[in-house]
Structure formats: structure tokens, C-alpha cells
Write a protein that binds this ligand. Sequence first.
Ligand code: F6P
Length: 374
Amino acid sequence: MVKKIGIITAGGDCPGLNAVIRGIVKTAEYAGVETYGFMEGYKGLLENRTMKLDFWTVSDIIAKGGTILKSNNATNTFSIPVKNENGDIEHVDKSFEIAERLHKEGYDCLIIIGGDGSLKSARDYTRRGINVIGVPKTIDNDVPNTDTTFGFYTAVEVATEAIDRIKTTAESHGRILVLEVMGRYAGWIALAAGIAGGADTVLIPEIPYDFNAIINKINQRRAKGKNHSIIVVAEGAKPIGGNAAVRSVEATNSGLDVVKLGGAGEFVAKEIEKLTGYEARSTSLGYIQRGGNTGAYDRILSTEYGSYAMQLAIDGQFNEMVTLLNGKLTHVSLDDVAGKDTEIGAQSSNIKTVSMDCDWVKTARRVGICLGDQ
Ligand code: F6P
């Protein structure tokens, strides 16, 4: 019998987090289960900072972006930097003492809401004897073993609106307008928004691009009297034989993702201007994709994920991630998500990228969207 659970929102924030928390807490309250939220993701788990949750703390948060529990993407509890007596930094695995404390304080289960790295840690806590349920979160949609992560469709809505907006100004000036969107090493946001916004070219990390193909597309349009073009660039896109554009690399070796992407759109716009002489401008959508209210689809999906996660806990079905598979709400083993043989403490790079036989790739090609390769 589950009596007390903890909730963690870990990694970068994402629309729908509050709706998931609300779904968990409401389901728990009706079942008589106590819920606590750990503040600021795994940092709060490490420091044992919690907030008691109930009907009233989750009232009126379904629409609100961000997370009432705050988040943090800089803490790997399996590798915490601490100064040793010589003043040198050593990395210490704090997961054993955290697990012991969780048992002592009577937590029957942790529901961990996160992307690939946070879900990897979630799986690793199952190896420390903690009952865990994962919920797949990220605007990037790159968590494996689920059709969709919550937050993705809200980000796609925002990116699509951005395309609609840059299109009118591109048209007025006969310019090439480049929009850089997020997504890390997966092109889901770029591809979905590119199709929805009627972009001319979409560049994704999965298809290294050739400037000749991009310029051909621009010139085909110009030959038909359309001097403007819209190019959507995923932040992880790279030219054939080149690398993704990196904004910064953080100096830490705690196993976290230290590479911050950025600048791919600016690079594409500058090169096009140089190679063609046409006026090109770039805009990076950045955190606007992650903030603000949650869209209706994500509110529904997040409520489903949250309430189902709590139901799994009530039913004692632990060490699973809630998921949508072929449109059906179900669950898969956290081991399958993180990769069975992955080393404890290391962060996962087990991500779901766009495959070439994905319907969206085929659809984009059928309607004449240039994907940078032909
Ligand atoms: O994973 C979500 C995401 O928003 C990515 O699309 C982006 O590359 C990254 O997070 C940005 O991370 P940070 O919050 O560390 O700047």
C-alpha cells in the first residue's frame, strides 16, 4: 500500500509540468496518498527541500507553464562535486544516502518527471532500491519509447506562430528569413513546425545539409516570382562534413550535458547571404518555446500522464515510465528507456531522433519542403 510519494520535476522546464503535478496530486488525494514535491529537481532531493502538496496547492495551475516545484538541470546526485581536504574537487555518489533517507522518511515511491538525462537518473534510483515511476517531459520530443513527450506540441504551436509572423515580413522585403528552433540533437520541433508553418526549407540534425540544395530551393521560388523564403533550422543542424553550432561548453565533469547549442540559424543566414547576395536575416526563438501557457493538447496529455503515473504507484507497478504508444496510454520499463546496460550515474544519450522513414519526413518531401539534402 502506497501512503506517501515524492514528486520531482527535473531538467529544463517545459509546458505541462504543472498539469502533470496536478494530475498526480488530485489522483493521490482521492486515493488518500500523501504527496510531497522536492524543490528544484534533483537539487532539492539532495538537500531534502520539500513542499507539501494537496488540492489547494495545485488549484488553478493546469494552464501555467514552468513548475511550481522549480527545476534545475545542473545536479547529478550520482556525481556531486565536493572539495576534499587538499582543496581539490572530487565527485561523490550521494544516491546511497539519499535512498536511505527516503526509506527512513517513509517515501513509498518517487514520481520523476524529466527528459532523457533525468529519466536515466530515475532508472538509476531503482538500482538503489527506490520505487520510481517516470514521466517523459521535454519540448524536444526526444525521449525513446513514447510517441510524444508532453510540452512538445505547445513548443510546436509557438514555433509555428513565429513562422507565420516572420513570413509576412519576409514577403514584404523579399528576404530569406531563417528561424532557429530548439530540439538539441533531434529535429522534431523544426520538422513539425516547418510543416505546420509552410516553411520552404527545414534543416534537422538527422540530415546534414548542403548549401547547394538550400540555394536551389530559394532560386526555384524566385524563378516563380517569390523572392522570400522561410528556412527553419533546428539548433542541432549541421552542414555535410561540419559540426553543430555550439554556444558554450560548461566546465564540469559531473556527467551532465555540458554542451549548449546555439548559432546554427545565424550561420545559415550569413552563408546564404555570402553565397547568393540575397538579403538574409535570422531569428532565434529560444526560451519563448519553453515558457508561457500550456496548450490544450499538452494539458490533456499531462493530466493523463500525471494521473496514470499515480495510478501505477497505487497499483504497485514500479520502475516504469508512463508513455503513449500508438496513441494508447500505457507504460514501459525505465530500463528500456535508459538502456539496460548503461552505467549507473552516467547521463543517458539514449534519445529518439527523426528517422528517415518517419511519416513527417515523407510528408515534408511530398509537399516540396527542402530538407537540405536534395
Ligand atoms: O531540452 C530542452 C531544451 O530546451 C533544449 O531544446 C535546449 O537545447 C536546452 O534545453 C537548453 O537548455 P538550458 O535550459 O540549459 O539552456
